[in-house]
Ligand binder design. Structure first.
Ligand SMILES: Cc1ncc(COP(=O)(O)O)c(C=O)c1O
Length: 403
């Protein structure tokens, strides 16, 4: 019997994650991976987690291991209100929905909002996990042009004018994969556009607290709360394995997200939510975020220094102020998916940028470089080697037209 025949129509849209396949080699011994998209494990506050655990066991006993409301563990929803207010997201405990990572929220949003053929606007490039969450429902992606300051407002307005757009997905701060941030001026413009067009936006904001320079910017949500579903997570500032994220959405959307979540996991793990509540309530969050930032800041500077020192003049890279990634683009027509294998044979890995576009097989001249996993010495060595690989590949390559 072929089990393939049993699969639902939507399953065909869940393409096997090609990125996973090619990144398997990064686990080989000796490979310095600039491909990771994950926090450094040495940043996890293990001692604090041990303390929180005994506090939780004493305070809640078995309740910490019981089924709970789909909407989330009440003490966590309460503790999230002031935390969110610091980012410009005004809400109440009832306005917060706890999710299983922000990925859980993206999954619920795909389920309740996206029908076949719906136009869904995404940045070019965008976060691959959002595409994976929406793909099963067969949307028609509409790509939004971006530059060093994030999404170009005129590009969004044009797309909204040409035909209805069901949903807009944005990562305005330290974007994955580009590291870029939507400027203050553009936030105001984007908010004005989405309000005028009565459009619905997902503001996915996992990297906001990882700022190495410059001033914090208010969430887009603060300009247009009725048009925005704001998503946050404990993955980058606490530990991704607890799988706790949160959403603040307009009431109708939130109600449907709860129903979708009931069918997925009933609720996010109670004990893990209690850990996150304790993390916020105890004030540990205000000690931990600076620790994570201080761990990553030298790695961030090591990456920028090494790129400056070694990369060929025909490669341009983004200039982020925070987050986990730098984005690089070759103005020579190089296939960085193909060159990836040469880099791996020299013990360096990155993610070919083509995976981050809604239109497959495009933008082969791009790559994403992570600077939070390897330490400064490894970053310097990896970038120097990668530069050698690029220079060899670039020899004889023609300068791309108009690049
Ligand atoms: C932009 C973006 N959104 C969402 C996620 C998912 O994070 P989590 O489900 O761990 O909260 C990630 C993870 O890397 C991400 O980069």
């Amino acid at each position: 019997m072929s089990h393939e025949e049993l699969l639902a129509g939507r399953t065909a849209h869940m393409e096997s994650n090609a990125i996973r396949e090619i990144l398997k080699v990064t686990a080989q011994p000796g490979v310095i991976s600039l491909a990771g998209g994950i926090p450094a494990p040495e940043s996890f506050p293990v001692d604090a987690i041990a303390r929180f655990t005994s506090v939780i066991l004493q305070r809640y006993g078995g309740r910490a291991f019981q089924y709970d409301l789909t909407e989330g563990f009440r003490p966590l929803r309460e503790a999230l209100v002031p935390f969110l207010a610091r980012k410009g997201v005004k809400t109440s405990p009832d306005g917060v929905l706890v999710t299983s990572g922000s990925q859980g929220a993206l999954d619920a949003l795909g389920k309740i909002l996206v029908s076949r053929g719906d136009r869904v606007a995404v940045e070019a490039p965008t976060y691959l996990g959002a595409l994976s969450a929406f793909n099963p429902y067969g949307p028609e992606y509409v790509e939004l042009a971006t530059d060093e300051e994030g999404v170009i407002p005129e590009s969004l307005e044009e797309r909204l004018n040409e035909a209805p757009v069901k949903l807009i997905y944005l990562v305005p701060t330290f974007q994955n994969p580009s590291g870029r941030t939507l400027s203050l001026e553009r936030r105001a413009k984007i908010a004005d556009i989405i309000i005028r067009h009565n459009a619905l936006v997902i503001e996915d904001d996992p990297y906001n607290d990882l700022r190495y320079r410059g001033e914090a910017l208010p969430a887009l949500h603060s300009w247009a709360p009725d048009n925005i579903i704001y998503l946050g997570t404990f993955s980058k500032i606490f530990a991704p394995g607890v799988r706790v994220g949160f959403a603040v959405a307009p009431a109708t959307i939130s109600r449907w997200m709860v129903l979708a979540k009931q069918g997925t996991d009933l609720h996010t793990g109670t004990f893990n939510q209690a850990l996150c509540a304790e993390y916020l309530q105890s004030g540990e969050v205000d000690r931990q975020i600076p620790r994570v930032v201080e761990l990553y800041r030298p790695r961030f500077h090591a990456m920028l220094r090494a790129l400056e020192e070694h990369f060929p003049p025909w490669v341009h890279w983004s200039n982020p102020d925070g987050g986990m990634f730098v984005w690089a683009e070759s103005s020579l027509e190089l296939d960085l998916l193909d060159i990836y294998h040469r880099a791996v044979s020299r013990n360096v890995a990155y993610v070919p940028g083509t995976f981050f576009y809604a239109t497959p097989g495009t933008h082969l001249n791009t790559m994403r470089l992570n600077f939070t996993m390897p330490d400064e010495q490894h970053i310097a060595r990896a970038v120097a080697t990668l530069a050698e690989v690029l220079l060899e590949a670039g020899e004889g390559a023609k300068i791309g037209q108009g690049l």
